[in-house]
Design a protein around this ligand. Structure first.
Ligand code: SF4
Length: 237
């Protein structure tokens, strides 16, 4: 934390987020045969999720107050890391956020200790998280009339790019977010519910994906090619 007058507003909540769950699509992703007992089980889980699911997000409008090599200051809190300086340094206004599938999904988790059912329920939670993050992104773009945006997330990419431990700084910036969203940031920096993400959204003509600064080989979830030059440029800090 640094001294001074901090340029950040109060935390805004996105609640009553609409979401749609398509059993057939989910079953396809989970490789369940349509009409099978497993398909029917998944279908009842989807019905339950539709009844209880409350995806949510919280964000704050804040300004990059200072940017120098290896550090930006947002809302009075210092965020070390050359990736942040590189991506946020010229952004001016940014939107730190937390999005979640919602604690309600953990309160009714219907797996009964069955690993397979727990996996299916987690896949449903992931759909709710996706809906929450998409809603937040669209809402911020609409309210603040933003064009293209990009997101950086602590812990994504190589460990030393923006370490997951820095998530604590993000939670500090989002004053009261744990109480308001019901999420918890553990000592390990894992979040509960597990289908929760945090990050900083910022206006940018250039898209950015953490995979560009991640050297993990053979990752089936990779969504962008590794960028050696960017990786070298963003290490440390
Ligand atoms: S390559 Fe895989 S592990 Fe690395 S950031 Fe992308 S999805 Fe995550």
């Amino acid at each position: 934390m640094v001294g001074g007058i901090f340029l950040r507003c109060s935390v805004d909540l996105c609640e009553k987020i609409p979401f749609r769950l398509d059993v057939a699509v989910l079953a396809g992703k989970l490789r369940l045969e349509r009409g099978s007992p497993d398909f029917h089980e998944l279908s009842s889980m989807v019905d339950l999720a539709v009844r209880v699911g409350r995806p949510k997000a919280a964000y704050v409008e804040a300004y990059v107050e200072f940017a120098a090599d290896g550090e930006v200051v947002i809302g009075g809190i210092s965020f070390p890391g050359r990736l942040l300086t590189r991506n946020l340094g010229g952004a001016g206004r940014v939107f730190p956020y937390v999005a979640t599938c919602g604690v309600e999904m953990d309160e009714v988790a219907p797996s009964d200790g069955d690993i397979l059912k727990a996996y299916w329920w987690d896949a449903i939670k992931s759909e709710l998280l996706y809906a929450a993050e998409r809603f937040f992104r669209d809402e911020v773009k609409r309210i603040y009339r933003l064009g293209k945006v990009a997101v950086v997330r602590p812990g994504a990419g190589d460990a030393d790019i923006w370490p997951v431990e820095r998530q604590r700084d993000l939670f500090q910036l989002l004053d009261g977010v744990e109480e308001r969203l019901g999420v918890r940031l553990m000592d390990s920096c894992l979040m509960i519910p597990n289908q929760t993400v945090s990050g900083i959204l910022y206006p940018s003509e250039r898209s950015f994906h953490s995979c560009e600064v991640c050297r993990r080989e053979g990752c089936s979830s990779r969504r962008a090619d590794f960028d050696q030059e960017m990786w070298e440029d963003t290490r440390g800090g």
